[in-house]
Structure formats: C-alpha cells, structure tokens
Design a protein around this ligand. Structure first.
Ligand code: DCT
Ligand code: MG
Length: 510
C-alpha cells in the first residue's frame, strides 16, 4: 500500500499537539529554491501535517512552520479554495497575488517524483491572480486574494499549447471559420472568443457546472458545449462539415492568394474542386494564385520546426551578407512554440543601418535569392510608415512596415543532410516566408504584433482601448489621456505601460 495514502481510515485518536515535532526537525538541504511551502493543518490534522512536512523537507523542499510573506504555495487537504481563503481572512493575513493554493494531491505527486511537478487545474484550489480582469489591488480589501475570475481578455490569460478542451475548441474553430465564410462577423467573433477562453483553462470541462464564472460563453456556445458533453459531438458542427459552401470555401482558401471574394465567385460559378478550377481556360488568376496552384502540395503540407530553422539560417545568411549587425527574429506561431505552421515569419531590424540601407535590404536579399534560383514568388510592399501617426483604430489592420510575402525553395539537405537526392525525386520544398523590416526604435511593438496569436493581438488592442484609454498597434502605443506616445525597448515594457502582467510568447497561444 502507498504510505502516502494510508490516512483518514476511520476516526483517529486525539493526540497531544505535536508542533514541537515540526520546529525541532533536523535541517535538510533545500534543493528547490524559490519554492516555499506552507501546509495547512486545518482538516488535515497535526500528525499528518508533521509527517508530510518532514517528508517534503527530506526531499529538499522548503516548508515553513508559520505562514509568512515568503510562502509561495499553501497546501491543504479536504479544503476548498474558499475554505482556505476564509481561513486566511480569519488569520488577517494578506496573501500575495502570486500565492498558489493547492490540494495535497500536488504535494503527494511531488513526493513521488522527488521534485516539484507541474501544477494543473486539478491541483489548484483557486485560479491565480493573473486571471483577474483588472489586477489593480484594492487597498480597502485585505486580504487581497479573492476568488479569482478569468479575464475576458486573452492578454490577461496564459494560453500555452496544452489545450485541455480540444473537443470544444475544435468545434468552435470550425464554427468560427464557417461564420467567417458567411461573413457573419458577430458570430465569428463569439465562437473565436469562446475557443480562446477554453484554450486557456488549466482543466478539462466535463460538466456544465464547470463553466460557471467563465467569461465569453454565451447561450449559443453553452448549448453547443452541453450537446458535446452529452453526445460527444455537435449537430451544428456536423452540419457545417457536410455543408457544400463550407467545404468549397475551405478548399478554395487553402490556395495561396485565394480569399473570400474569389472563393465566393468560384462557388457561385458552380466550381467544387481545384482540378476543375485549375484547368478552366476562362478563369484569370493573379500572380499570387498562379504560384499558389503551382506549389499547392508543398504549401498545404505544414512547415515543420526543422524546416523553419533551416529557413531561419537561410534568412540570416542573406540578411547578414548586407547588414552584418541586423537583428533577425523569428516571429508568428514558431515564436509561440508551435511545432508546425503555415508559413515562417521574421522581423528584421538594425540599429546601425541608415534609412537608405534599411530601405534597400529586402530588395538586396530577394535579388540574392533570385540569382541563386531560390525565389519562387515575391511580393515586396514598400513602407508607408509615418513616425507621428496615431496607432490604428482597426483591430485587424495590417501594419505599415516594409515587408515581403515570399515563397522560397528550401533544399531538403538544408533540413536533413541524410535526405540526399535520390534521382528524379524532387529535392526541395516550397515554403511560405514573410519578412518584415522595421525601424529599430519600433522593434518591440513590431515584435509584439507579429508574434500573435491573432486573438491575443486583438484582445491586447481591445484591452488598451477599453481599459486604459490607450491606442496600440504594431508601430506604437499612444496614451490618449496624457496625449503622449509611450516608448518601449522591449515587450515587457509595453505590457508594463498597459498595466498588464507580462505574458511570455509561449503563453500567447490564445
Ligand atoms: N498578424 C496580425 N495581423 C494581421 C496578420 C498577422 O496581427 N493582419 C500577426 C498575428 C500573427 C502573426 O502576425 C503571424 O501571422 P500568421 O503567420 O498568419 O499566423 P501564425 O500565428 O504565425 O500562424 P501560422 O502557424 O498559421 O503561420
Ligand atoms: Mg506564421
């Protein structure tokens, strides 16, 4: 039997208080700095507390006898989040916002593992303060830890790639896409926000009771969730997946250069397959669409991380040939830790370059690739950036930096040297690459904007506007109350200007 679980088997005899056992414990080396535990005696009992304290200390954990400011984790047994909060209140203790309230199951897992294990929703008695919609402390309210609410803004949630609610978010992603194809903006936004908030949850929703207090879940959304919980699937989603318009739009927009307008036209003309479209002599294609059809197979198969890294080398080599000190940063999904993507995005900037050199760089780089036969498609858009222009009000507006949308030829041997050319086989893959060139002093804004996700960016701007009376876009942050531009050297500084806790790139997968 597991000694950790041999407790609470029937009533126990009352024993004299053994606090001395805690105080007198022999000193142990602390192996996990920065982690300070306090084990709550309430409902756990003195003996078990003493046992767990000693065990944790033996394993190198720092466990405090008294609750102090240095404590980072409170561990409780048979207590709910509100029980612990109530207890804290009774002690008149001001809990810091970073304090984790955890169930003893977390500590037990740590003991088994011999080191701190990741905290998940099932361990957390309350959500962390970071999820508060307005994390401005109210000095009237002590202790400051309240039962925490999940913010309606993605920029106040931490969304990693661990998605505990796939069954729901897959459904809402499909419904959002269908609404987009039907140009129903409202319902598209509602489904996207629902998917986004569910992606951030540290636990899986298994009954409708779990949805209490979660924002962005309207009646329609809840109905669909209820159906998925009960039947394992949603009839709305099934209807969409069988819908002619949805299937056609999905197929047509998978071609580079084909958007909603073109899809609509082809759909109305009665087209249902790409082969029919490709071979129709009466249709006119843009240069982008021609490239899209030509490299279709390569472009629909996603870019892997290894391929993205190979492209990164290619980009750096070319950029550094002209501007050796330029900063080249991978942005987009790959910066957020994604394993695959539909393209590879880069932000380029240089502290030393003159305006002329800055303007010329993308031209030189793409010419170099053209000479080497690596440039399969190139659309270079000149900058329309103006220094003193106010940030855009449009949430989805494209920025004004100089940029190019490319398709590059990536030779397999640049990815995997073993995969050498076997005769007649194609030895390369076409990859979509976006390069953005920005003035050095705007790099933090450009980086934040190009890291995404789109939902995260939308909510950052919405939050800036509605909660801070500020305007944010990929170029700048403007404070409307003070009527000044707020400068930033790093993303951390932008979050600080907005009064937001910093969210790491890999926590922005909203
Ligand atoms: N972006 C934006 N507004 C746009 C286009 C892009 O804010 N109109 C930002 C958000 C994400 C980033 O640029 C890169 O865009 P994509 O490559 O489209 O997205 P991604 O997150 O990199 O996803 P994927 O893996 O599909 O490339
Ligand atoms: Mg991308």
């Amino acid at each position: 039997m597991d000694p950790l679980q041999t407790v609470h088997l029937g009533p126990r005899k009352k024993r004299p208080r053994q606090t001395s056992a805690l105080v007198a414990s022999t000193p142990h080396d602390i192996r996990f700095q920065g982690l300070v535990l306090f084990i709550l005696e309430k409902k756990m009992g003195t003996t078990r507390r003493a046992f767990l304290t000693e065990l944790a200390r033996k394993k190198g954990f720092r466990v405090e006898n008294e609750l102090s400011d240095s404590v980072t984790h409170i561990v409780a047994e048979n207590n709910s989040g509100s029980d612990v909060l109530e207890w804290l209140q009774l002690q008149n203790i001001k809990a810091s916002s970073q304090l984790e309230l955890l169930d003893v199951s977390w500590l037990i897992e740590c003991m088994r593992a011999g080191n701190p294990v990741q905290m998940t929703g099932k361990h957390q008695l309350v959500m962390r303060q970071d999820y508060l919609p307005n994390p401005i402390p109210d000095p009237q309210k002590t202790p400051s830890l309240a039962v925490q609410k999940i913010s309606q803004y993605a920029c106040q949630r931490r969304t990693t790639l661990i998605n505990n609610n796939h069954i729901f978010t897959d459904a809402f992603d499909i419904l959002a896409e269908n609404s987009e194809f039907r140009e129903n903006e409202c319902s598209c936004l509602a489904f996207m926000r629902a998917a986004s908030v569910l992606k951030s949850l540290p636990f899986t929703i298994s009954s409708m009771r779990d949805t209490e207090g979660i924002p962005c879940l309207g009646d329609k959304v809840k109905c669909i969730m209820e159906e998925i919980i009960e039947d394992g699937e949603s009839s709305d989603v099934n209807a969409v997946l069988n819908d002619e318009r949805y299937k056609s739009f999905k197929l047509f927009t998978s071609v580079f250069g084909v958007g909603l307008k073109t899809s609509e036209r082809w759909f109305r003309m009665g087209f249902r397959t790409l082969n029919k479209i490709r071979s129709d002599k009466s249709l006119k294609f843009t240069r982008m669409q021609k490239a899209g059809f030509l490299y279709y197979e390569d472009l629909v198969s996603c870019v892997t991380r290894a391929e993205a890294e190979a492209v990164s080398m290619l980009v750096k080599e070319a950029v550094w040939a002209f501007l050796p000190n330029a900063l080249v940063t991978i942005t987009g999904g790959f910066r957020r830790g994604k394993k695959i993507g539909h393209d590879v995005d880069f932000l380029i900037t240089s502290q030393e370059a003159t305006e002329e050199e800055e303007q010329q760089l993308l031209h030189k780089v793409t010419k170099l690739w053209e000479k080497k036969g690596l440039l399969l498609y190139c659309d270079l858009v000149e900058s329309t950036f103006e220094k003193f222009k106010l940030p855009s009000r449009k949430v989805d507006a494209l920025d004004h930096f100089q940029k190019c949308f490319l398709i590059l030829k990536l030779h397999h041997q640049r990815v995997d040297s073993d995969k050498c050319s076997q005769q007649e086989e194609k030895t390369w893959k076409a990859i979509r690459v976006d390069l953005v060139m920005c003035p050095y002093e705007r790099r933090a804004f450009a980086l934040l904007g190009w890291t995404g996700s789109r939902q995260f960016e939308r909510d950052l701007r919405r939050y800036a506007t509605h909660e801070r009376k500020m305007m944010l876009d990929n170029h700048a942050l403007y404070d409307k109350t003070k009527r000044i531009f707020l400068e930033a050297e790093s993303e951390e500084e932008i979050f600080a200007h907005l009064g937001l806790d910093y969210i790491e790139p890999w926590e922005r997968n909203a």
